[in-house]
Design a protein around this ligand. Structure first.
Ligand code: NAD
Length: 486
């Protein structure tokens, strides 16, 4: 029997059954236990949710922003109050460790804090452009918007979009990942408790059919998507061909350049943490390390650090059996092509959690740029080490990869770090930082095949995505002889 009741949609302030009788099992990657049955929605369910959001929009969009953000001050306090419960749920459905899950909720709090500062950031502009003629700009909400999210951050990625889009006056349909829908249901309840009016935030669960219906729906004005590049391309094309604005974030293959002057212990700890945090299921995870010149002493330390990472203790599970098998296949293929497996995470079992889906930390050396482990997103706790003689060779490998989410360099040479920042083809760059996620108010977003659309999804940049600009030009001629003060 499932631990939790079946997962329903949240529409117009109420949990309601989906209209189909179809469902999917929500399984915990930690131990293979059944958590819930997810009710799959039809286009009809989406229509009901969009109608509720559309009905809520006139009042919500006309509520002054200083009032709207009060909901998010309260929501932030509720996130703090429920952090343990939210982190446990996140860990159960996603498989990451409790401390990683708690860090994810901390990040939701930070994202919400940013949204509460939006009144300070969206003041428009006004200028007398000619005598008595004034031009003025205002950021206006768009209408009903949709957010489609992946499995790897059940709370954080939804909160990349929810506080900003809603504080800016829009109403939202959220489509959670069918693998981790439980956190989103809890988020809906907390937003309601924070005082969000019914219909402003709605959750419609489902799979491909609902994503396609969102892209086609005539009353949805904007679609944000976070997930794999394959699906980001499909969503971007379909949404924009229906004349919607769309921002679609895709997958990643992030390179860490390690130079011989890097501080060995700090570098090793960062590389190991970046590749294994959240079991490598992060779009910001280090996936390929390029060792420039003589870095054997650092690689040795990376292996020492990797061996300290224990599945089921400080390393969580990967999302499901399919992922586990895919990751192990990558390792086996690299080995058969001549790469050297220095630390091997295949065939990992955690005692007492035999049905959990774990892959241990894996360090692969002597990878060549043509191998699949060098080119493709693995999405597991695996680092592929490629060796080059020069920084330019390393940059050529990084530049040739179709993705462009993040890149990092480990060095003590500031000039070299600046050179690499300039030449790397990625949207987010780290210097002696393994996971270079920009913190609020800076924005999050990659380049190349890691993002389709203009602007970034968080921070100040997101204001442009979630609002449209109204420009007014006014000219007033005072009536001669009228003095309102008399
Ligand atoms: P995914 O692309 O499989 O799924 C994402 C969403 O799309 C889900 O809600 C899913 O239901 C839906 N979907 C899946 N297949 C679809 C299809 N054929 N047509 C329409 N919709 C479909 O991604 P995932 O496996 O849930 O998440 C992992 C991926 O997300 C990785 O590639 C990771 O790099 C990426 N990701 C990127 C970022 C970023 O900021 N760039 C952040 C987090 C995750």
């Amino acid at each position: 029997m499932a631990k939790y009741p079946s997962t329903q949609n949240f529409i117009n302030g109420k949990f309601v059954d989906a209209s189909t009788k179809k469902s999917l099992k929500v399984i915990s990657p930690l131990d293979g236990n059944l958590l819930s049955e997810l009710q799959l929605s039809s286009r009809k369910d989406l229509d009901v949710a969009v109608a509720a959001a559309k009905a809520a929009f006139p009042s919500w969009s006309k509520t002054p922003i200083k009032e709207r953000v009060q909901v998010f001050f309260r929501y932030k306090t509720l996130l703090e109050k429920h952090i343990k419960e939210l982190a446990e749920l996140c860990s159960e459905e996603n498989g990451k460790t409790y401390s990683e899950s708690a860090a994810e909720i901390e990040k939701c709090i930070e994202l919400t804090e940013f949204a509460t500062s939006l009144p300070q950031l969206i003041t428009g502009e006004v200028l007398e452009v000619s005598r008595g003629v004034e031009c003025r700009t205002e950021h206006v909400p768009i209408g009903v918007v949709a957010s489609i999210v992946p499995f790897n951050f059940p709370s954080m990625v939804p909160n990349w979009t929810i506080p900003n889009a809603l504080a800016l006056g829009n109403c939202m349909i959220l489509k959670p990942s069918e693998k981790v829908p439980l956190s989103c249901a809890k988020i809906a309840l907390l937003l309601q408790e924070a005082g969000l009016p019914d219909g402003v935030f709605n959750v419609v669960n489902g799979d491909v059919e609902i994503v396609e219906a969102i892209c086609d729906h005539p009353d949805i004005e904007a679609v944000s998507f976070v997930g794999s590049t394959k699906v980001a391309k499909i969503v971007y094309q379909r949404a924009t061909s229906n004349y919607k604005r769309c921002l679609a974030l895709g997958g990643a293959k992030n390179h860490l350049l390690v130079l011989p002057d890097a501080i060995p212990t700090m570098t090793a700890m960062n590389v190991a943490a970046s590749m294994s945090g959240c079991a490598g299921q992060r779009c910001m995870a280090a996936s390929a390390m390029i060792g420039v010149g003589e870095v054997d002493h650092i690689i040795e330390k990376i292996c020492d650090e990797a061996r300290k990472i224990v599945p089921g203790e400080n390393l969580g599970a990967v999302i499901n059996k399919e992922s586990q098998e895919r990751i192990e296949k990558y390792i086996t293929e690299a080995e058969s092509q001549g790469a050297k497996i220095l630390v091997d995470g295949r065939n990992t079992k955690v005692a007492g959690k035999e049905n959990g889906t774990y892959v241990g930390p894996t360090v692969i050396d002597y990878v060549t740029p043509e191998m699949s482990v060098a080119k493709e997103e693995i999405f597991g706790p695996v680092i592929s080490i490629i060796r080059t003689k020069t920084v330019d060779e390393a940059l050529a490998i990084e530049n040739n990869n179709p993705y462009g989410n993040a890149a990092s360099v480990f060095t003590q040479n500031g000039g070299m770090a600046r050179y690499i920042i300039d030449k790397a083809s990625a949207g987010m760059i780290g210097v002696n930082v393994g996971v270079p996620v920009p913190r609020e108010p800076f924005s999050f977003g990659g380049w190349n095949e890691s993002k389709f659309g203009v602007g970034d999804i968080t921070g100040k940049s997101s204001i442009e995505f979630w609002t449209k600009l109204k420009k007014s030009t006014t000219k007033w001629n005072a009536e001669a002889g009228v003095n309102w003060m008399s």
